[in-house]
Design a protein around this ligand. Structure first.
Ligand SMILES: [Zn+2]
Length: 238
């Protein structure tokens, strides 16, 4: 199997997992950097993640121009992906979602931070990108490269960022890594809301976060991936 075939199958599985785990609904998307052309990426046509098949995946240049579109309508927000790949050579997969528990943290000024060891991968503190700051009143959708690049700047070198009144974006070193972070971003946000209702929260310390992140090798990522993939009706690729 070629590297490209592998990544295309990974993307189908990633879409099904994210839908099955409640991280995306009919909206939201996941992409991968092209394994042979680092200035291109792979992303489905505009379709609900749960329904995506291999033939839906289109190759794009970083500026969002499709290669061989063949009538497949693109996601308006594909610029999120290209802008992050442009800014971050270390990133090989991007997830954008409207993960429900993250939304309150984008609109209240309460900082989303990891309080559970499994959530360390969301980063020390999740920044909030507010499209209003630079672009004023918009639909809130990242609909051109200027907005994508501004979001990428807010993300910086971190694994995740929230988008005010809209959702979240996650950057990973592989498709499995980006999906892993996305699942635990939603879980961490839900737990933090519950914990805040009970009182003051003791978060992970920066040193704890760094130690946990250093231990997240392919082994735990694959363990989670196999389980989530099978639950979503897909087999894990070797
Ligand atoms: Zn969106």
């Amino acid at each position: 199997m070629s590297k490209l075939d592998f990544i295309l199958e990974e993307l189908v599985t990633a879409n099904r997992i994210l839908a099955n785990e409640g991280i995306v609904d009919s909206f939201g998307h996941v992409s991968a950097r092209h394994p042979d052309k680092p200035d291109h990426y792979l992303l489905s046509r505009a379709r609900a993640p749960e329904r995506i098949e291999r033939g839906d995946i289109v190759e794009y240049k970083l500026d969002g121009t499709a290669i061989d579109e063949r009538g497949r309508v693109p996601y308006v927000e594909r610029y999120i992906h290209g802008a992050i790949y442009e800014a971050r050579p270390d990133v090989h997969a991007v997830v954008h979602n409207h993960s429900p528990s993250t939304i309150p943290f984008g609109v209240t000024g309460k900082k989303l931070k990891p309080l559970l060891h499994m959530c360390a991968n969301i980063g020390h503190e999740v920044p909030v990108w507010d499209s209003q700051d630079k672009f004023g009143d918009t639909t809130l959708l990242v609909s051109d490269m200027a907005m994508g690049r501004d979001l990428a700047q807010s993300l910086g070198s971190r694994p995740s960022a929230l988008m005010r009144g809209h959702g979240a974006t996650v950057a990973g070193r592989t498709v499995r890594h980006a999906v892993f972070i996305s699942v635990y971003l939603e879980m961490g946000a839900k737990l933090q809301m519950q914990a805040m209702q009970m009182g003051d929260v003791k978060f992970l310390t920066p040193g704890e976060v760094d130690q946990i992140i250093a231990r997240v090798t392919d082994f735990p990522l694959n363990r989670a991936w196999e389980n989530w993939a099978r639950r979503a009706g897909r087999e894990m690729q070797a």
